[in-house]
Design a protein around this ligand. Structure first.
Ligand code: G16
Length: 543
């Protein structure tokens, strides 16, 4: 083996964010940049010689080149085998599935998730541990510390492998196995959901549309929804993964998944619509002319979990991120299972799932999943909804309305202010923090502030403390406003404002969320001075 040791200068900006290291493609093209981060990962995880690694990405621009580099580095760092999705493709949940199924030491996922791709777009890389989940903070902190002092990296001096040929190839002493990226994942889905009930539903004329947004879920959705479940050709739209996602922004929300939203609001709308993001871990669920908030989706899935074969024995508990609405808490209360409130980031669910404390997890940021893998899982959520619809034979809207009537409605919305100058965003947060001392007890119209704090979390399993996780202003009637800076943006700062109120009266539950939340929206602006400080009249995205 011809291993080369290449000197490099340390990079000071390789701090992994909410979900790995995300930067513009141009940053990753800086000589030695990717290599330095990968070497830092390998140094920190210190896999025993001969270990197996999983490697794949969402197919975005620079995916293949990065995979070839990482393979040569894995060989030079003593890995014995790497499982790579054909064409360099592995959705994030599929990578988690493969890591777990084959008991590998871990995996590297190349994705910037829902961020745009292409030469001017974003690229990203993250390490997942042997449980299949994103590396916890103590590992990502160690990777960052290592990257700041790294002076060289190891790489094999050899040509790359053929990423499209299924089967085994050798790279020095290391085996590279190119695997079907869909097969293991599709098999897992078939073990969890009632495919014959869904097939029957579809055979009976139920129509659906899945928007893969030219991102990674295309091949997965075509195999599962069209081939295995028998939905007609054309059910999956934008199903071919493209390096630039067809110029789109592969974020399944009401703004960026507009093609699907138009279809679902049209005269001949199908019964069910769904979309997933760049790397396949997010989902958006729509009925005919009806949007299901991710917080409600988690609650509905929890309340109906027993209808899916994989969850027929009940769920151990639920976890949700702090800014996610408390709708799931109400279901957990009724089921008599615990509900955990964690900081934003799927990595915080890993310990709870590994300890068997929770089965279902969800985040307001269009993430839902369960302990079947250790990532959120877009297609899993879609299949769960289809399973529920197949068994209950109600429309999406009816299912949600009945859910609200039974549990009450946590009226919810998130307002995003994207690409703010960092100092403006920091100023807004400081302004709100500065009000913490005088806010409690203050009245704003009908609302009286009960508490304010900066959310912190002590992991109940390993005792680790994560602080500074979002500013909360809670009101006496249970409503709340949360402000948080995004950990995934790559341009300036993205400020998120999460708004939540509770409506117990079924006669008022169907009101438009923005109208119902208008008083809280005004209070948030008054306290944060956001409009004045940013000069922005309205949010970039409202969900
Ligand atoms: C990532 C994490 C999610 C988290 C989200 C928050 O999502 O995996 O668990 O909820 O970031 O994003 P932000 O910090 O921008 O609010 P993804 O889909 O980008 O991997």
């Amino acid at each position: 083996m011809n291993v080369r040791i290449i000197p490099t200068k340390p990079f000071a900006d390789q701090k992994p964010g909410t979900s790995g290291l995300r930067k513009k493609v141009a940053a990753f093209k800086v000589p030695h940049y990717l290599e330095s981060f990968v070497q830092s990962v390998f140094d920190v995880v210190a896999a025993p010689a001969g270990s197996t690694l999983v490697l794949g990405g969402d197919g975005r621009y620079h995916n293949r080149e990065a995979i070839q580099v990482i393979l040569r580095m894995a060989a030079a760092n003593g890995f014995g085998r790497v499982l790579v999705g054909q064409g360099g493709i592995l959705s994030t949940p599929a990578a988690s599935c493969v890591i777990r199924k084959y008991g590998t030491h871990g995996g590297i996922i190349l994705s910037a998730s829902h961020n745009p791709g292409g030469p001017e777009g974003d690229f990203g890389i993250k390490y997942n541990t042997g449980n299949g989940g994103p590396a916890p903070e103590k590992i990502t902190d160690a990777i960052f510390a290592r990257s700041a002092v790294l002076s060289s990296y190891r790489i094999l001096d050899t040509a790359g492998v053929d990423l499209d040929r299924i089967g085994r190839q050798m790279l020095g002493d290391m085996a590279v196995e190119i695997i079907d990226p869909v097969a293991d994942y599709a098999e897992l889905m078939e073990s969890l959901f009632d495919f014959s009930a869904i097939r029957e539903l579809i055979d009976g004329g139920f129509r659906l549309c899945f928007d893969a947004m030219h991102a990674v879920t295309g091949p997965y959705a075509l195999e599962i929804i069209e081939r295995r479940l028998g939905a007609p050709a054309g059910t999956v739209i934008n199903g071919v993964p493209l390096p630039d996602f067809g110029g789109g922004h592969p974020d399944p929300n009401l703004t960026y998944a507009h093609e699907l939203v138009e279809i679902m609001n049209g005269d001949s709308a199908p019964d069910f619509g769904a979309a997933s993001d760049g790397d396949g871990d997010r989902n958006m669920i729509l009925g005919r002319g009806f949007f299901v908030t991710p917080s409600d989706s988690l609650a509905v899935i929890a309340a109906n979990a027993a209808l899916a074969p994989g969850y027929a024995d009940g769920i151990a508990g639920i976890a949700r991120s702090m800014p996610t609405s408390a709708a799931a808490d109400r279901v957990a209360g009724k089921l008599g299972v615990p509900c955990y409130e964690t900081p934003t980031g799927w990595k915080f669910f890993g310990n709870l799932m590994d300890a068997g404390k929770v089965t279902l997890c969800g985040e307001e940021s269009f993430g839902t999943g369960s302990s079947h893998v250790r990532e959120k899982d877009g297609l899993w959520a879609v299949l769960f909804w289809l399973n529920i619809l197949a068994r209950r034979r109600l429309s999406v809207e009816e299912i949600v309305h009945r859910h609200w009537a039974e549990y009450g409605r946590n009226v919810y919305s998130r307002h995003d202010y994207e690409a703010l100058p960092s100092d403006v965003a920091a100023g807004v947060m400081a302004q709100v923090r500065g009000r913490f001392a005088d806010l409690p007890g203050q009245r704003f119209g009908d609302y009286r502030v009960k508490f304010c704090d900066d959310f912190s979390y002590t992991d109940p399993i390993d005792g680790s403390l994560s602080s500074g996780q979002g500013l909360r202003i809670g009101f006496e009637d249970g409503s709340r406003i949360v402000l948080r800076l995004s950990g995934t943006g790559t341009e300036g700062a993205t400020l998120r404002i999460y708004l939540e109120a509770f409506e117990a009266d079924p006669a008022r539950q169907k009101a438009d969320a923005q109208q119902a939340l208008a008083p809280l929206i005004a209070i948030a602006d008054e306290i944060s001075q956001l409009r004045q400080r940013s000069g922005r009249e309205r949010p970039t995205v409202i969900t």
